[in-house]
Design a protein around this ligand. Structure first.
Ligand SMILES: [Zn+2]
Length: 212
């Protein structure tokens, strides 16, 4: 039986899809990555069609490529990456594509430790110094999470990273194309946090399913 999202793989539940990602992350964090499904044969099998089992939405940071930190291969994941996992209409369309067109059962939004985009946003807001051109769009998008984090106290950058991740998940869960699937139990969402220090992904929140 295939172990990753191959074209012939069975359709997973949201809990099963998360379980598969969590298992892959454990192998990465322990230094035992198996690098599955990267053979020439696998590439040829996947060429005609695809059936990924999860959408991963994360930051552009160079240290957390999703296929690596979840130990997955070709055809397993749809990946959408923006600074500080911010979303707008265009990005949301790319996230919707998997669940709407391929019945992908899981969306993971993953923030990460020491996020440079969030750090730059916090500095910009605290010094009242806008970033140049389009970079300031990220500041605008992260600002509500920054304000929530300020109200909570603690490490402002880390709290903003967590709030931003939860906020993105909440937006996606309320999305008109996605929320009916969440209601039916065919789509789950995870807000996750990646530690650069340990390589481990931890769960901040799940919506639409309980992790098994
Ligand atoms: Zn980042």
């Amino acid at each position: 039986m295939p172990t990753t999202g191959s074209p012939t793989a069975e359709k997973l539940t949201p809990a099963q899809a998360w379980s598969r990602l969590a298992e892959g992350n454990r192998t990465w964090a322990a230094g035992n990555r198996k690098c599955p499904e990267e053979s020439v044969q696998r590439r040829q099998e996947a060429a005609p069609t695809q059936n990924p089992f999860a959408v991963v939405v994360t930051c552009i940071d160079s240290r957390l490529p999703p296929e690596t930190v979840f130990d997955q291969g070709v055809g397993a994941l749809f990946v959408v990456r923006t600074g500080a996992q911010t979303v707008d209409d265009l990005v949301t369309g790319s996230i919707e594509y998997g669940p709407v067109e391929h019945s992908t059962p899981l969306i993971v939004v993953m923030g990460h430790q020491r996020c440079g985009a969030v750090k730059a946003t916090v500095e910009s807001l605290e010094k009242n110094h806008p970033l140049p051109k389009h970079l300031n769009s990220i500041v605008d998008s992260v600002k509500p999470a920054y304000e929530q984090a300020r109200a909570k106290g603690g490490d402002i950058v880390d709290q903003t990273i967590r709030s931003q991740t939860l906020s993105t998940v909440a937006k996606l869960a309320a999305d008109p194309a996605l929320s009916p699937m969440v209601g039916k139990g065919t789509l789950g969402l995870v807000a996750a946090y990646y530690s650069l220090d340990t390589g481990q992904v931890s769960v901040l929140q799940t919506i639409g399913f309980r992790p098994s």
